[in-house]
Design a protein around this ligand. Structure first.
Ligand SMILES: Nc1ncnc2c1ncn2[C@@H]1O[C@H](COP(=O)(O)OP(=O)(O)OP(=O)(O)O)[C@@H](O)[C@H]1O
Length: 240
């Protein structure tokens, strides 16, 4: 569903943020992307979702290159950034209808899905209010609902659980499982290794822009905790 092939991204000034990174996320995967601050997670994610250009390599969404057909790729996926920057001058319901318009949802589809997702995330009462009046967590919930309503085949999330209350966290985890059971694929970055360990079937560890290990979590951990495996591999491997 998502193939990253030899991705390299250099920022202005010569900083190599990601170097020759390759990985494969298949339908049904909940794939965790872990690494220290500044390791290159957000850079990789921004390249995947087509909001950042890259220097070398390719990114395929269901076999289609994001460079060659970005609109088709974006129609299949949803992106939840680490910072819920949404249009503050819209109301919640206007924002969700805007998202539904972009993805061409019918009136019946959007009505049913918005009602259900808003109820699940307990934000129904606030949908008529301006987004500028929302708390950080409420904005995050709105962005999640906006991402889920077109039923993406690929969901990309950057640090999705930061700022969500425990109930919303559980709801998002349940939604992630339901999506994968229905054949979608999920790729998300996190610093929270306990979450990755419990939620993911696969993980990739990145250090200084280079992929150190990736694969099935059971095969990587072999009975150890993900935390100890992470600490071992990031301290063992020299990327200098
Ligand atoms: N716009 C930019 N211009 C120059 N360098 C950048 C830019 N954005 C990120 N970088 C650098 O690229 C490297 C990777 O950053 P990135 O944000 O991808 O890391 P990250 O793994 O997401 O970190 P964090 O966990 O702290 O969010 C860092 O060294 C960072 O300083």
């Amino acid at each position: 569903m998502l193939e990253i092939k030899d991705l390299t991204k250099t920022y202005h000034g010569g900083k190599i943020a990601v170097s020759n990174l390759s990985l494969d996320v298949q339908s049904g995967d909940i794939y965790g992307f872990i690494g220290h601050n500044g390791a290159g997670k957000t850079t990789t994610i921004k390249c995947v979702v087509g909001i950042q250009e890259f220097d070398a390599g390719d990114i395929l969404i269901d076999g289609i290159s994001i460079k060659e057909d970005p609109i088709r790729c974006k129609s299949m996926m949803a992106y939840i950034p680490d910072n819920p920057d949404v249009y503050e001058y819209l109301t919640g319901i206007q924002y969700l209808n805007f998202m539904a318009d972009i993805f061409g949802l019918s009136a019946a589809e959007r009505e049913e899905r918005i009602r259900k997702e808003a109820e699940d995330f307990e934000i129904t009462e606030a949908l008529g209010d301006l987004i500028s009046s929302y708390s950080h967590g409420m904005k995050q919930k709105l962005v999640i609902i906006g991402a889920l309503i077109h039923r993406p085949k690929l969901l990309i999330l950057d640090e999705p659980f930061v700022g969500l209350d425990p109930k919303a966290t559980l709801m998002l985890k349940n939604k992630m499982h339901q999506m994968c059971d229905a054949g979608a694929a999920i790729f998300f970055s996190t610093h929270v290794l306990d979450v990755a360990e419990k939620l993911c079937n696969k993980v990739a560890i990145i250090k200084k822009g280079q992929l150190i290990v990736s694969g099935h979590i059971d095969e990587l951990t072999k009975g150890e905790s993900l935390e100890s495996v992470f600490m071992e591999v990031v301290s063992d491997v020299s990327t200098d």
